[in-house]
Design a protein around this ligand. Sequence first.
Ligand code: BT5
Length: 250
Amino acid sequence: MTLTQERLHTALAPLVFQFFTQAGSTNDLAIDWLKQGAPNGAVVIADEQLKGRGRMGRTWYTPQGVALALSVILHPPDEELPQVSMLGALAIAELCDQLGLSDIGVKWPNDVQVNRRKVSGVLPEVVWDGTHLTGVVLGIGINVRVDFSGTELAETAISLESALGESLDRVELLSYLLGRIDDWTGRLGSYALFAAWKARLNMIGNLVTVSNGDYGIQGMAQDVDEQGALLIRTPDDVLHRVIAGDIVMG
Ligand code: BT5
């Protein structure tokens, strides 16, 4: 159950990684490491985050000893960037498959849900040096046994252990997840990766509302394109291409 440097060294032997018992945000640490030349596939892992970040300045809750918080450093070519976050969600969904969970889905763009509750979030952050792509940091947070009772997330979040009704070993979960990430990284840029991500999306064909802070639109979630954008058809029969935002049903 413990996530120690020693256990990680044994389980993740070929990996270049940094482990912190406590961090602000693993993405921030990974961005610094990337700028200092971290190799493709390097990973930052923390047992607890004090300033875990979500998208658009939101907070990601990572209490000590009960979650996985990691950031994988990748050096894809520019044109493969849209698939990096798809890759993250896909690898997490496959981890859920491996555990034997049912009702697993990806809520566009990249929330992994179990029983329609969020078990994991993905935060890709791209680092540029002028017009040159330095690399991308793929942040992943997974709830393993986070107790959300009495919090504002009690109705919307879930942990792997409560969904499964079993206790889990975080090092084993991490090892499997990194294996899936490694596998899909080898297929970055492929139609297969896009198709596998698309097949996991759980709101296509439904009436949804999308908001991105500036505006909200309601319509049919018709499809996604290969860049990861959501295509929404509004009642006036106009097809909108949404590149970022949050969706809710109805
Ligand atoms: C995300 O943002 O879902 C991306 C989360 C990425 C977290 C990882 S952890 C490792 C790495 N280092 C970081 O600092 N971040 C990454 P977003 O779609 O904006 O969702 C954020 C929202 O999810 C919050 O506003 C809450 O409503 C909810 N939330 C926060 N913590 C949660 C949790 N542990 N489980 C489920 N939902 C949560």
